[in-house]
Design a protein around this ligand. Sequence first.
Ligand code: ADP
Ligand code: MG
Ligand code: MG
Length: 882
Amino acid sequence: MTKKYVYDFSEGNKDMRSLLGGKGANLAEMTCLGLSVPPGFTITTEACNRYYEENQSLWDELLDEINLHISSTEEKLNKRFSDEDNPLLFSVRSGAVFSMPGMMDTILNLGLNDKSVIGLAKSTENKRFAYDSYRRFIQMFADVAMEVPKVHFETALENMKEKRNVELDSDLNSEDLEELVGTFKNIYKEELNEEFPQDPLVQLKYAIEAVFRSWNNPRAEIYRKLHNIDSSLGTAVNVQSMVFGNMGDTSGTGVAFSRNPATGENKLFGEYLINAQGEDVVAGIRTPEHISTLHEIMPEVYDEFLSTANKLEHHYKDMQDLEFTIENGKLFILQTRSGKRTAQAALNVAVDLVKEGLITKEEAIMRIEPNSLNQLLHPTFDTEQLEKAEILSKGLAASPGAASGKIYFNAEDVVEASKKGEKTILVRQETSPEDIEGMISAQGILTARGGMTSHAAVVARGMGKCCVAGASEVMVDESQKIVRCKDVILKEGDTISLNGNNGTIYIGNIDKVDPALSGSFETFMSWVDEVRDMKVRTNADSPKDAAQAIKFGAEGIGLTRTEHMFFNEDRIPVVREMILSKTTEQRKNALEKIRPMQENDFYEIYKVMQERPVTIRLLDPPLHEFLPTEKKDIENLAKEMGLTYEEVNDTVRDLHEVNPMLGHRGCRLAVTYPEIYRMQARAIISAALKHQKEGLNIVPEIMIPLVGDVKELVYVKNEIIEEINLVFEENSSSLEYHIGTMIEVPRAALLADEIAKEADFFSFGTNDMTQMAFGFSRDDAGKFLGEYEEKKIYPRSPFETLDQKGVGKLMEIAVSEGKKSNDKLHLGICGEHGGEPSSIEFCYKLGLDYVSCSPYRVPIARLTVAQTTIKSKNENYGHIDK
Ligand code: ADP
Ligand code: MG
Ligand code: MG
């Protein structure tokens, strides 16, 4: 049996995506559901891969198979492909496995030639339509299949409109269009040195090959890279009989979502154009009509469309993005797929679908991409500043968010400026796939043309980036690099602000504030917490961060860094006094000044956290970080402390280290100066005792950083316990407390069985552990890690995504060895990885008790844990089985 490379739409279904591509699989599914889909067939992704194996040519058996399917389509429609009187025409549509908006272009009206255009005019009694179709075909074929620049044709069209003194394509008559066909064919010949191909089969062959080739064009590659799509998947090609939206006033074409993709509101959302074809709606050629107006002009078609959208939603159990064409009052569905949406809409739709009984809570949880919550947690404009802000104009609210930045008029300039650390806004007439990199770098996007389904709008929503589109009052001059709006002129580098929630454009910068989280966010997160079976804590050094994290659902603090508390103006002189002390006595004096401040820090944090667990890490960084480096500052410090410049400078020099990250820091400081940790321990316990008196039951968790050996831990711990006992005695009271350690030095992971005997808890400090396991520092690795990522040696930065293989192995050893000698050992992670989904999943599998991450990542972590919990039930994984 030879392999089947071509499937009729009636032979496939939605689960055959990897073979038929997303578009083809859904066309098949809709055909089988009995919806009115123009017949056709799909050439598989396997054919695409074989095309590359065959040195980019179509082989004979494939062509035979295609011919068979052409014949069967001809039979269904009772028309012939190469008929000159009443020709069957095709569209050739690419279809990758994952939808890639705008990446590959469609060719419409394929099969027309000089003779059949006359036949089509006669058989439809519509000459205008026939030539309109032919001129479109020549342009698309030349552009997509033969790479003739579109602008030649666009200019010819503009010239024609000017000559006839009309504004719209639809105002040109049949003679104009016939003339234009002649011009287009001449352009074709001039550009390619050959005649426009007249044989429909040759046209089809070229078109199919063009789709296969486009799989590897640079734009498609960038998109795949951005979305982690495997480049070996290949694309399918759909060959579909044409229906015509350009037949006159009872015809049209449109795109619509079954619900609002910006807000999730359960109401049809979309646009259409009468007497138009294909991409006219999204290309911004004429301003499209809102879908609701179709209800007035073609009520039956509207009702049918509405019920089709509902039917598809129920069938796919998700919001759908539909493309349709109306030919002489009859509705055809040309595409359906699950609609791209903002995070806000995704959440609202998921919650609504649960309430409507279409999906379960668990399904809803699995549908939200954890990182997308970022879009909801992030700030909106400060309302006070907003009131005073100067409005430039208004466009369409294409993708929500708030953005401010300097304006740039092309993608390269945006990328360039962003590299320098500038916040930028990409301003374009309208965007195209070439702008993708600029769109990634910019804070927001503004376009003068295009509707809610334009390229800019669709791509921005997918990225979660603020976008205002179709701001028609704004004149964008891309070559002069200026924006004109009423009597305002803005130049490159001027600052504007965009409100993607309502489309307003402001002159100048507006500060941002935190969002209000309620409604479906609250409902959804409550489901997340019902399912979730691992705790989520936060890393917070101040009462303010702690309060923010609680709002985001943190269940405790996994890491309070005490060094940050010393870096303010009031305190740093005392800290320096402590560091510059010549004797233990002097040092104790200085520490005694710091102690009440520390005690108050902890008291305030406990107050915010109430009885939730709080892990406080004792002083960690090398001491020289607290000392000045500039000569002037050293002089000032010397004066302040009544020392000579030389004395202070000597100390600074003494403290200088070649490799401070591997130097005198962490618990090593306390081995030399135990009084530092003693002071901190006293402050922690005193703060807790104070709360105890006021009725709060706090169990302090004291964390000792950078331990590499159990003896080191025991030494420091004994000092701390001695101090704590003194505090208890002085207060004639006591409380429960825990002392644990960070596991960050690889040696500690390897010797975890010994260390665990002396520790109540372990917290993985995966930042330091990554540096030490790889042997490169986080501060310097940036210079070369890019190269490693590109060359796929380390495909992702191990500082962003936990290196499960190496660092993960150290963690695994630490967990299993630690538990072996202390079965009550409590386990967590406080490195940056505690907020990264794939790393969180790994921690779950390791059996940690909690992850801890920065406040803004807490909801992301909660959702990831819930998803992992659900997956673990289905896939039967939990803790590592040893
Ligand atoms: P994209 O992936 O860019 O959306 P499509 O293959 O969906 O490309 O084609 C774009 C548009 O071309 C469709 O939305 C539709 O308007 C038009 N089109 C495609 N195939 C046909 C067809 N068989 N008949 C009429 N119009 C079509
Ligand atoms: Mg397209
Ligand atoms: Mg489409």
